[in-house]
Design a protein around this ligand. Sequence first.
Ligand code: ASP
Length: 313
Amino acid sequence: MGDFMPVLLIHGGVARPSYNVPSVLFHLQKIAIEAYSMFDCGKDHVDVVEKAVLLMENDPTFNAGVGSVLNLLGELEMDAAIMDGSTGMAGAVCSASFPKNPIRLARVVMEMTPHVLISGRGADILAEKLGFERHPGPTEEILKRYGEMRSKLLSGDGCDDLLSEVRRVIKHINYFDTVGAVSSCYGKVAAATSTGGIWMKLPGRVGDTPVIGAGTYAWLRGAASGTGLGEAAMVTLAAKSVVDRINNGRSVRSAVIQTLSEIKKHTGKIYGLIAVNSSEEFFAGQTAGRLAWVAVKDGEVFQGISVSRSQCN
Ligand code: ASP
């Protein structure tokens, strides 16, 4: 690999203390090693982030693909995005319910269509026409949790009551199990993110993940993927802020920390970010709670749990 040491960094969401850290790290590590091994088969930075996210979408531990959470009506509405920093091309899907692996569809949007973001019905039709594997439907565990949350909602009859209940439920959600990956290889970077969104979101709500620049961004020397309350990243363009700072000469660590403190100041919400630069430096941090991450660099595995913006390299 010459002077370049490919790096892959993945996360499985940001959460407050209830998080089962050893279990999440175990799943992340297995996935990171498998995805990273694609570099040895000649695959590139984009292939590797797509694979890492696809493997997390297939693991019900995470809120993406088969483990996706449900909206207020008990429906799946999945979002995903991928971006290649070496070309500036991006692809994303939002509010999709058909594909088991929305990240694959996002890559198709990036490489085979003239568009960047395809929503809902259009995304589902495209996935079906392309012969994508169909989502198997929510797991028993997800349905059980939905039933419990649902029974606590809708105490009143009117729309005002409903909206205030939804606001209350979402305000108290403090675990975000969205998945993301960033990689760097031969000076090229990529980012990918996938999610079921947030529990009990209003139907049609789209979060940060598929919004290029909010939850996912890669350009020139930097790539970033985020997790947490999507609305916080949408109003601060979190992933792009990190990448801009990297391209302006900041270290990855300082780019992430400065962006997180802006998010905290502007929104006060829980949000986490992972990032990498084209010199294979990487960092994970969050405004609150914990963010489990695993990185593989030049074949060596690093893992950690970022607590209160601790650094990872
Ligand atoms: N960022 C995701 C969203 O708001 C949620 C998460 O990170 O789990 O849709």
